[in-house]
Design a protein around this ligand. Structure first.
Ligand code: GTP
Ligand code: MG
Length: 179
């Protein structure tokens, strides 16, 4: 008889500029809900969701953080033990894409993972529902940056539930590979 598989808890941290849709993506994934009213996240808070990845039950503990600087007071202890990080930008806001480099550095510096090179990041370009074919951050540009860092890239909409499940499943998958 096969021994029951060990239950796994994954600590996932979502980072990105204010207003890009971090809270909305988490809410869409965990609660299948979306609200159009903006309410700034203060500090950090988590929701959990159980998923099955390759026959393995996994609990994702998803930490949503504040993009607004005045609400950021998370120390090293918060980041410690992170299993993966979701970087979010808004496809209509080039600055939010340019800032991903420093958000990823923040994670690396604070979480101090054993290997900087292989720490699992997934990159989400959100609010595609608002973007025309000539989006401010072209998909190709984002893809090139992500490829150079071996990061999976998704274009998402928390509003229309586009690619949200797919993206978070990928997060769980690549986090598990590190276990
Ligand atoms: P902070 O908590 O300040 O860091 O912001 P955040 O990244 O959590 O952004 P939030 O999820 O609060 O979303 C900001 C605004 O964008 C809200 O009004 C959302 O309704 C809206 N929004 C989020 N995702 C989408 C999306 O995919 N499409 C559209 N059209 N609007 C979105
Ligand atoms: Mg928020």
């Amino acid at each position: 008889m096969q021994a029951p598989k060990k239950k796994v808890l994954l600590k996932i941290i979502i980072l990105g500029d204010t207003g890009v849709g971090k809270t909305s993506l988490m809410n869409r994934f965990v609660n299948q809900k979306f609200t159009a009213t903006y309410k700034a996240t203060i500090g950090a808070d988590f929701l959990t969701k159980e998923v099955t990845v390759n026959g393995q039950r996994v609990t994702m503990q998803i930490w949503d953080t504040a993009g607004q600087e005045r609400f950021q007071s998370l120390g090293v202890a918060f980041y410690r033990g992170a299993d993966a990080c979701v970087l979010v930008y808004d496809v209509n806001q080039p600055k939010s894409f340019d800032d991903l480099e420093s958000w990823s550095q923040e994670l690396i510096v604070q979480a101090c993972p054993q290997s900087h090179e292989t720490f699992p990041f997934v990159c989400l370009g959100n609010k595609v529902d608002k973007a025309g074919p000539n989006r401010a951050v072209p998909k190709k540009k984002a893809k090139t940056w992500c490829d150079s860092k071996s990061m999976p890239h998704f274009e998402t909409s928390a509003k229309e539930a586009t690619n949200v499940d797919e993206a978070f499943r990928k997060v769980a998958e690549i986090a598990l590979l590190q276990e």
